[in-house]
Write a protein that binds this ligand. Structure first.
Ligand SMILES: [Zn+2]
Length: 255
């Protein structure tokens, strides 16, 4: 039943509802079902780049990722990788907590508060199960949905299918499959990401500054600055809500 419903959603039939909030929040994929795809996509990305495993940048990425993960209070088996890709201003968190940061984002984040803003946002996508929700939303092709339901591993999929699946769960950039999250998912990840940064002891006011730096960069669309809404509009909105979020989180205590 679940399988046929998912295949139905993968077809054009769902399109009349694709923008609707109910569909946007429906998730027909469990964490366990996404686990092999997440693990394989992570391994696949790691074969494309040199992994940096020591040094000041690595220590910083690990430290920020650990604090943000703890602040999320999500019981994932968290992993983090720093990948050497100076021309890629990007980062992602796959379903079940597999984080990757490309070196190309560090000149933009500039400091730990900036990195916390990016990782807060990415971790929020994973905690909110946006990967499974996107898979449910009919963003997969029928071929990709069938391959997943047949239990096919990422390595066994054709290159096109693999690109689509990796794009939907958030690691498609290097496959040229950049699938922006919906406006609704982006806003949710922005707000929750700010909460995580505050709980982890970072200055949330760096987030809007980061968006402004990103707007200056212009070209290139890393996941966390997908084209909607515009980065400057996003910065403005965050500046409005940050004081209230600080107030709401000031008594937060880890469980
Ligand atoms: Zn995002």
């Amino acid at each position: 039943m679940l399988r046929s419903l998912r295949l139905l959603l993968a077809t054009a039939l769902v399109f009349p509802f694709a923008g609707c909030e109910t569909i946007g929040n429906l998730n027909l994929y469990s964490d366990d079902e996404l686990e092999p795809l997440s693990a394989q996509a992570y391994a696949e990305v790691a074969t494309e780049y040199t992994e940096i495993k020591s040094g000041a940048q690595y220590e910083m990425v690990r430290r920020v990722a650990q604090k943000i993960a703890a602040a999320s209070e999500e019981n994932f088996a968290w992993e983090v990788k720093l990948l050497k890709a100076d021309d890629t201003p990007n980062a992602f968190c796959l379903p079940n907590g597999r984080i990757a940061v490309y070196t190309g984002i560090l000149p933009l984040t500039q400091n730990e508060n900036g990195l916390a803003a990016v990782l807060g946002h990415e971790v929020a996508h994973a905690v909110l199960r946006h990967g499974g929700k996107r898979m449910t939303q009919g963003l997969l092709t029928n071929v990709a949905a069938t391959a997943i339901d047949a239990g096919l591993g990422i390595a066994e999929m054709s290159e096109d299918t693999r690109g689509v699946v990796m794009g939907v769960i958030g690691a498609g950039a290097q496959y040229g499959v950049l699938l922006p999250y919906s406006r609704e998912h982006e806003s949710e990840a922005d707000i929750l990401g700010i909460r995580y940064a505050i709980r982890a002891g970072y200055d949330p006011n760096e987030a809007p500054k980061l968006w402004e730096r990103m707007a200056e960069l212009g070209s290139g669309t890393p996941e966390w600055m997908s084209t909607h809404p515009h980065p400057l509009a996003r910065a403005e909105k965050l500046r409005e809500v940050i004081p209230q979020i600080i107030e709401e989180e000031k008594n937060w205590q880890p469980k």
